[in-house]
Ligand binder design. Structure first.
Ligand code: CO
Length: 134
């Protein structure tokens, strides 16, 4: 059901510092920052040949990401995103299997303008999973 790895997201306390590190130290192609108020985050994309890294900074202390950074003060891997062809069909199949979908269960528009859903990390080896319909 899941397809390619779309991206790995890393929560960072300072996105300007992290973006500079990826561009200058690691020599990667890095996008300008963009704000996603619906998700409470500022995001920078690092373009790799086979996938992307998404650097995420909370937009406010109320962001769900802020709590993650309280427990991981220097940042850390926040989620992985897998591609699916039909996000509602994937959701229904996962729910039938007992997996928990976060939020109200309806897909939201993600960082790439496509529908996304998140799955509870306790159901998947302690990893927050994002599904993106491509
Ligand atoms: Co993501």
């Amino acid at each position: 059901m899941i397809g390619r790895l779309n991206h790995v997201a890393i929560a960072v306390p300072d996105i300007a510092v992290a973006a500079r590190q990826y561009s200058e130290v690691l020599g990667a192609i890095v996008s300008p920052p963009s704000d996603l108020p619906e998700h409470g985050v500022r995001v920078v994309f690092v373009e790799l040949g086979n996938t992307k890294i998404e650097l995420l900074e909370p937009l406010s202390p109320a962001s769900p990401l802020a709590g993650f950074l309280e427990n991981n003060v220097s940042g850390g891997i926040h989620h992985v995103c897998y591609e699916v062809a039909d996000i509602r069909a994937a959701r229904d199949r996962l729910k039938q299997g007992g997996a928990r979908v976060l939020g109200d269960g309806e897909p939201k528009t993600g960082a790439h303008g496509k529908p996304v859903l998140f799955l509870h990390p306790k159901d998947f080896s302690g990893t927050l999973i994002e599904l993106e319909q491509v």
